[in-house]
Design a protein around this ligand. Structure first.
Ligand code: HSE
Length: 372
């Protein structure tokens, strides 16, 4: 049985991973070891009948890490940057499964999203690839929804606008969003009690509070509650944000495309908690009916649910709040656009912490455990 080292298992993505692994009974197929960057020697959890110890090991101790057959980390890129090379230099030949982006675009790594690129993953395992990295959440969620169309090579290009949840920037940011909401509400709650409330005065007050120094913006650097932030991650040389750059580069790597599919658009942070949504304009290379497109999309995996393009189905189902905490990948607003018969619109929603982060790496662990 394989020894698996867990790093960053207490953070947000790590906790979702652990919960899913418990739910799916994955811990009983491995011998888990829990590592910590700050609490070496303290007691960790007991989650497996095979577990020898609940001692927390030092996540920077190469000699102990080297004993693992598999390391799965949700600790972030900084940790990977510091530890990964040292381990490989020390001739560690185990499997490295990582939720962070640091090794994603490296030649010897595969971005794992098995419902989409299972063949590439298995081929990689046979060839001796040892680094399997979870994709960017927005990219993985888009591919989960559309990979039927990609696989049939029906897409010329995609223009996308994202509506990304606070969770994508971390737990502190989620908390900050809620605090911002609280500051706004606390400052206007008395006015709202008045049945003759004056909405324009309330709005003006909210604006003044939002721009004052009582609004907590330590993490976002800007107000998200009642507003939005149309920039995510660093600036690239071509004016894209790094999050926007990932759309095309990671998609083509995940699908191992020789002919690159162009994907570009704007990535926007909005005040939702843990589900990313995306509004897509898809240029097809054939004039196919919406009915046919739906069939192709649905066939691809069992988590996709198509929401009929009606007002009531859309507002009641195609929303972050309905998807939160589930593995459902919703896609709706599917229709031909006025631009032309090969242009379709779509709106998709998925949980950023599940299919966007923890689930692909949980499944990758399972694949390695059962196939190597
Ligand atoms: N970069 C994503 C975001 C999350 O900021 O929403 C992780 O893939």
């Amino acid at each position: 049985m394989k020894c698996v080292g867990f790093i960053g298992w207490r953070g947000m993505v790590g906790s979702v991973l652990i919960d899913r692994m418990i739910y799916k009974g994955n811990f009983d197929t491995i011998i888990p070891y829990f590592f910590s960057t700050s609490q070496e020697g303290k007691k960790g959890p007991i989650l497996s009948k095979n577990q020898n110890t609940n001692h927390l090991y030092n996540a920077y101790n190469i000699n102990i890490l080297k004993e693992m057959n598999i390391i799965i980390t949700c600790q972030g890129s900084k940790y990977t940057k510091e530890i990964y090379k040292k381990l490989r230099k020390n001739k560690w030949g185990g499997y490295w499964i990582d939720a962070s982006s640091y090794l994603r675009m490296k030649k010897n790594s595969i971005i794992c999203l098995d419902p989409v690129n299972k063949d590439i993953i298995y081929k990689g395992l046979n060839k001796g690839i040892k680094d399997f990295i979870g994709g960017n959440c927005t990219v993985s969620l888009m591919l989960m929804a559309l990979s039927g169309l990609f696989k049939k090579k029906l897409i010329d290009w995609i223009s996308v606008s994202t509506y990304q949840a606070a969770s994508g920037s971390g737990s502190k940011n989620m908390c900050e969003l809620l605090k911002q909401m609280g500051v706004i509400y606390n400052n206007i709650k008395n006015e709202l009690k008045d049945t003759n409330y004056k909405i324009l005065e309330i709005e003006k007050k909210i604006k003044n509070i939002s721009l004052s120094n009582i609004m907590p913006i330590y993490n976002f650097k800007s107000v998200l509650a009642g507003s939005l932030i149309p920039w995510i991650d660093k600036k690239m040389n071509n004016g894209q944000s790094r999050e926007e750059w990932k759309g095309q580069s990671e998609t083509n790597k995940i699908l191992s495309n020789k002919k690159k599919i162009i994907i570009d658009g704007l990535c926007v942070r909005i005040g939702t908690l843990r589900c990313h949504s995306q509004s897509l304009t898809i240029k097809m290379n054939k004039n196919i009916s919406i009915q046919e497109i739906k069939k192709i999309i649905l066939k691809n995996n069992k988590w996709i649910k198509i929401i009929p393009n009606t007002y009531s189905e859309t507002i009641n189902k195609l929303t972050p709040i309905n998807v939160s905490g589930t593995l459902n990948i919703l896609i709706g607003r599917l229709r031909k656009m006025n631009i032309g018969s090969k242009y379709i619109s779509a709106f998709t929603v998925g949980d950023q912490l599940l299919w966007g982060a923890a689930e692909p790496i949980r499944r990758m662990l399972k694949i390695i455990v059962s196939n190597t």
